[in-house]
Design a protein around this ligand. Structure first.
Ligand SMILES: N[C@@H](CCC(=O)N[C@@H](CS)C(=O)NCC(=O)O)C(=O)O
Length: 247
């Protein structure tokens, strides 16, 4: 049996993309196990086998076949890998610098993360029939976080917590970047000059293009929601690229 670390997920998932980007950047060999969010099928997050390993029923998830160690939550997984492999550029060893990254990672959940609920899910997960009030609240939270980023974090620093790209940037970018006009075209960032500059800088972080191929493939969905077939095709294209790079 392969002892490669397994990552369960799909490239279309924002949280999976941040993790995939990190491990591609670090050229860490891994096996991506395609796992569909919300599905009760054998390859789904609600199948009993998956639930037994990962009770949160979410992707991404990590399994270390050599030890049996299992972990959910993208931020917890990324922090764990940075600790394990001493990737201190993405997750600084210095206590205060690390605490700033943690600050943003915790803040992220009900703020920048809401990009997915406000803009992405209403187009890509039409099956969820999200109530308008939920979408409206998510929009407000996301816009508040953009304002905080543009006028505070990214006004002071090149990257979110300093002059070095960290896990905070990966986590934020997968939410913000997915809405860019070159991908889904669901948000106009042009009035937000610091965010625009940061987006450009993030595009140059190694692994960006491969982790985001899925979105290039999905394309502009601002007018019409994509078909399930197009979503599946984009995921497969993204998956194949990751497979090529990791095998
Ligand atoms: N806080 C989690 C969020 C992950 C998440 O929302 N994953 C979605 C897919 S993007 C999921 O697994 N959803 C399960 C479902 O729809 O039932 C993390 O950062 O890992």
């Amino acid at each position: 049996m392969s002892s490669l670390l397994k990552i369960y997920g799909v490239p279309m998932s924002q949280a999976c993309r941040s993790l995939i980007w990190l491990v591609l950047n670090k050229k860490m060999p891994f096996e991506l196990v395609l796992t569909m969010p919300g599905s009760k099928q054998e390859n789904g997050t609600r199948h009993p086998t998956y639930l037994e390993k990962f009770p949160n029923a979410t992707i991404p998830a990590l399994e270390d076949p050599s030890t049996g160690f299992l972990l959910s939550e993208s931020h917890a997984i990324m922090c764990y890998l940075c600790n394990k492999f001493e990737w201190f550029d993405f997750y600084p060893k210095d206590n205060e610098k690390r605490a700033k990254v943690d600050d943003f990672l915790h803040y992220h959940h009900r703020k920048v993360k809401e990009a997915s609920l406000a803009y992405f899910a209403p187009k890509v997960r039409t099956d969820l029939n999200l109530p308008e009030i939920l979408i409206g609240n998510a929009e407000k939270s996301f816009k508040d976080s953009l304002n905080a980023l543009n006028t505070n974090w990214l006004e002071k620093n090149r990257f979110i917590t300093g002059d070095q790209v960290t896990l905070a940037d990966l986590a934020a970018y997968v939410e913000i970047g997915q809405l860019r006009d070159c991908y889904t075209n669901l948000y106009d960032f042009s009035p937000l000059k610091n965010i625009e500059r940061w987006i450009e800088d993030m595009t140059n972080v190694e692994g960006h293009d491969d982790a985001h191929l899925v979105l290039k493939e999905l394309g502009d969905i601002s007018e019409n929601p994509p078909s399930m077939e197009n979503i599946a095709k984009a995921n497969i294209t993204g998956f194949k690229r990751i497979l090529e790079l990791t095998s």
